[in-house]
Design a protein around this ligand. Sequence first.
Ligand SMILES: O=C(O)CCC(=O)C(=O)O
Length: 299
Amino acid sequence: MTTAPVIADNQVAAYNNKGYIVVEDIYSPADVQEMRDALDGLIASAHGLTDHTDVIDLEPNHTPDAPRVRRIKEPFKNHDVFNRMGRHPRLIAVLTALLGPAFRMHGSKINLKSAEYGSPVEWHQDWAFYPHTNDDVLAVGVMLDDMTEENGPLLCVPGSHTGPTYDHHQDGRFIGAMDPDLPGANLDTAETITGPAGACSFHHARTIHGSGRNTSGRSRTLLLYQIAAADAWDIRGFGKEASWEEYAATFIAGEPTLEPRLAPAPVRLPYPPPLKGGSIYESQSLAKKKFFGAKTAAE
Ligand SMILES: O=C(O)CCC(=O)C(=O)O
């Protein structure tokens, strides 16, 4: 393992300028294998399921006998391996460079995007789902497979993290997707985020992003860790945690503070909530206009 800094100054500058970067070699091949093994166990538990659960979100073409998992919900909270990997020293080093010394894991998920059918994610800004008192908030995409041009990679619109927060509503209700025909969002300038397994992408919560269906023969498994600076408080309220102790346990560096930092950032609240909840896939399935495609027969 190299002793060089995990992230160079020009990468920090690129993150601030574009709203996203990729840093390679955060996780070793052994780390990636450990996460894949843990994931295999979670996927196996989808056998026999007839509906989504609190942990497992199913693809539209799932059947109990031929399980097809779209997403694992909250792996950091629900699984030791993903909890430990969320505290990996190399990840913490990068997050410290981008966010400062104290931050917490406010959510996590694994988007499986399986070969041949893995679902797309429509254009959106994470900020529209969880606005905070300041925008030192980002998502880490841990590549558990190589993410390539072919297997439904993440796409990010450069500079969009300094622009408006777009409407993610339809007919007066939050659906978690932007209108793809919206003028000014510059979706045509989106860049493809690629990297080898073990690399991580870091995208700012206001960056416009999405990804297409995986029609390739290779899976694109992306573990997403959602991170907020300690002084960025979710303006929807105390958060998902039931108690102060649970909230404090989400800190992966530094300590909680009771003094939120207020910074100007355009905010829209995700209310009233979508008629279909549970995951972004469910709420976005309500969108009348889809950019990434055509619905499948099963949707
Ligand atoms: O998995 C992807 O390509 C996009 C993930 C994402 O933006 C999300 O789940 O909010």
